[in-house]
Design a protein around this ligand. Structure first.
Ligand code: FES
Ligand code: FES
Length: 160
């Protein structure tokens, strides 16, 4: 058995420490050690984006990162978006515009949208489609997801 490594990863502002095998993927750390199961696993090929999180400010597929690579760093997951019981505008957008069916892709889509809107608060439809192009949805046909992100962009611009 590989020698264990001690890591400390801050997720949604809360530190999680554990002795882990170096091969443990970040997505497994998030789901199994931190117990935050909103981050999904939808493939084993780095294709689907269901596992998308924000690692030190950048969207990343947490199934392609070893947990040791996140040692000492900050992760934001879907569970970290709502504040004081109030949905984040992107979550609200997916709700209002019916941007989901089965919901499996939704956490990853929302985190990808979060990154997109941080970089570009007023994206065109084409930019939105490009921004979520690393995330697969098997149910919705994407149109309502795009509408949800447009809704969120508008809301976030209003708030400033
Ligand atoms: S589970 Fe990470 S990209 Fe599919
Ligand atoms: S809503 Fe089902 S995979 Fe996207």
């Amino acid at each position: 058995m590989a020698q264990k490594v001690h890591v400390k990863i801050t997720i949604n502002g809360k530190p999680y420490e554990a002795d882990i095998e170096p091969r443990l993927l970040l997505v497994h750390f998030i789901r199994e050690i931190a117990g935050l199961t909103g981050t999904h696993i939808g493939c084993d090929t780095t294709n689907c984006g269901a596992c998308t999180i924000i690692l030190t400010g950048k969207a990343a597929k947490s199934c392609t990162i070893f947990a040791v690579q996140a040692n000492g760093k900050e992760v934001l997951t879907i569970e970290g978006l709502a504040k004081d019981g109030k949905l984040h505008p992107i979550q609200e957008g997916f709700w209002v515009k019916h941007g989901l069916q089965c919901g499996y892709c939704t956490p990853g889509m929302i985190m990808a949208a979060y990154q997109l809107l941080k970089r570009n608060p007023n994206p065109t439809e084409e930019e939105i489609r490009w921004g979520i192009s690393g995330n697969l949805c098997r149910c919705t046909g994407y149109q309502n997801i795009v509408e949800a992100i447009k809704y969120a962009a508008e809301k976030m611009r209003e708030v400033g």
